[in-house]
Every structure is written in C-alpha cells, then in structure tokens.
Design a protein around this ligand. Sequence first.
Ligand code: AMP
Length: 132
Amino acid sequence: MSDQDHLTTQPSSPASSHDPQCIFCRIARGDFGTVFLHQDQDVVAFADLHPQAPVHVLVIPRRHVASLADTAPADNALLGRLLAAVRSVAAQLGVAATGYRTVLNTGSDGGQSVHHLHAHLLAGRSLGWPPG
Ligand code: AMP
C-alpha cells in the first residue's frame, strides 16, 4: 500500500479520538451537561454560546477532528452525517422553509477559533452577503 492509499483509506482520527484539552470534545462527552438539540453515534448539536442570529447552533463530530482541512477522504461519510444533522436540526427548529446558512470556518483566514470541526447553523433573520 502506498502512502497515498493510506490517506484515502484511513480516517483523520480514530473513532475514539478525544482531546481532553479540547472544549468541544468535552462538550460532546457531556462533561458540562450541555443540552443537545441532536445527538447520534457520530455527531452532536448544541446552542452557540455567543449567538450571532436568533438561531445559532453548532454541529460537531463526537471524535476529535481539528478542521475540514484536516479531514481525509475516509471522513466523507462523517461529513455527510454532519450536514444531515444540520438539515435535521433546521427542520426541528422550524427554519427549513425560511432558510438558513451553514458555515464551516476553516483555519486562520476562515476565522476558525475552536479547533474542533464544527458547522454553524444560522437562521431566524435575513443574513447578509458577503460575510465579513
Ligand atoms: P469558530 O469561530 O468558527 O471556530 O466558531 C467557534 C464558535 O464556538 C463560536 O461561535 C463560539 O461562540 C462558540 N463557542 C465557543 N465555546 C463554546 C462553548 N463552550 N459552548 C458553545 N459554543 C461555544
């Protein structure tokens, strides 16, 4: 197997990957008793601490993955489940019809401040474009 084959067949981190220094890993583990708007075996969703819109939810993988840029092709199914959870939470919160924005800030120019992959679900007002 070549190095490239390894990259395409291995996920970016093992299913049990947990970083005790990572706030989102700890939230996903339930360390703070966070209310989950959605939870399944792979992802959890919870309210953002500093909401930027009437609806502002974060959807994260349970296992530690630093960012979208750190994912591998073997993580594609997980990325699909992350987006499916966004869709599900949007429907649950009644914003699917009016619309919403899904944002994955990646790296420093992307404005990522928490280095655990997360999708923002923003809704409940008309959102401007382009973003800042
Ligand atoms: P980003 O800038 O894309 O990395 O987004 C990180 C988001 O995490 C920000 O919107 C923060 O308000 C949010 N955040 C940080 N810490 C917490 C926390 N303990 N609980 C909920 N949201 C948080």
